[in-house]
Structures are given as structure tokens and as C-alpha cells.
Ligand binder design. Structure first.
Ligand code: DQA
Length: 149
């Protein structure tokens, strides 16, 4: 089986995981989450390429750059989930299978977090399971890509 290449995108403020509102986002750092993703990917015969940015344009550029390089995208867009038409359009434009994940359950939180601009252009969303959201999201994405090919 060919190893699948997955771009794992982390949006704004996720670089502060571990110290940022641990009651909501947990105590793992982003480096620890990336290490767990790496281990999970290995089991799934895939490879994850992580990138975190606080800048919307960099996230848009990296989605464009995924074309021809990666087979799918795993994304926690952070607050841009609720604001960014540009990210939504970038995902739609490259048309790569994408899974949206959130550490917290965005539907149990403030009203402004209930709407995701990217939800309509991803294959699915996993929200509320802490780091498991990422691991479940990766499993779902890899499974989707394997069934499709
Ligand atoms: C988040 C939820 C967003 O509402 C928030 O802005 C984040 C993190 C999550 O993983 O739970 O930065 O995407």
C-alpha cells in the first residue's frame, strides 16, 4: 500500500495549546498532538505534515500548496472556522478531501462558534473529543481516501 500524505493544518492560537484555557482545550501541547498524529499515521500507513499559523493568508497558501503534494487535509482552523470565507473557498478550490476537527464541542459553546464556514466544503467534522478529535479525524480521512482509490 502506498503511504498517504496528509497535510495537518492548525489555525490561530493553537500554538499556545497546553497553556491556553486548559479547561477547554486540554493540557497537551501542539507538539504532543503532532507526535500522536504522527504515531497514528504510521499505524495507518500514512504520513502527516503539520503546519500551524496564526495568519489566514498563510493557511490559504498552504491549502493551495497541498495540490499535487498531499492527498488530503486535516484542519483545525481555530477561530477562522467561524469567520473565514477565504479558507472555505481555498478548500473548495483545491477540492482535496478535507476533515474538520475541533478539540472542544463548538456547539456547546458561545453562539458565534456554532457556525463553521468550512463545514459545507469538508467531507466531515469531528468536534468535542479533545485530542481524539484529531486522531478520529485522521482515521476517517485515511479510510475515506483508501475506499475512494
Ligand atoms: C477550536 C474551537 C474554536 O472555536 C476556537 O476558536 C479555537 C479552537 C477547537 O479546537 O475547539 O481556537 O477550533
Amino acid at each position: 500500500m502506498q503511504p498517504l500524505s496528509i497535510l495537518a493544518l492548525h489555525g490561530p492560537n493553537l500554538n499556545l495549546l497546553g497553556q491556553r484555557e486548559p479547561g477547554i482545550y486540554g493540557s497537551l501541547t501542539l507538539a504532543e498532538i503532532n507526535r500522536l498524529l504522527d504515531e497514528e499515521a504510521f499505524k495507518l500507513q500514512a504520513k502527516v505534515f503539520p503546519l500551524q499559523s496564526n495568519h489566514e493568508g498563510i493557511l490559504v497558501d498552504s491549502i493551495h500548496g497541498a495540490l499535487g503534494l498531499h492527498q488530503g487535509i486535516l484542519i483545525n482552523a481555530g477561530a477562522y472556522t467561524h469567520t473565514s470565507v477565504a479558507l472555505r473557498d481555498a478548500i473548495a478550490a483545491v477540492n482535496l478531501p478535507t476533515v474538520e476537527v475541533h478539540l472542544s464541542n463548538i456547539y456547546r459553546r458561545e453562539d458565534f462558534r456554532h457556525h463553521s464556514y468550512i463545514a459545507a466544503v469538508v467531507i466531515g467534522q469531528i468536534s468535542g473529543f479533545g485530542v481524539q478529535s484529531y486522531l478520529l479525524g485522521l482515521q476517517a480521512l485515511v479510510n475515506y481516501l483508501r475506499v475512494k482509490s
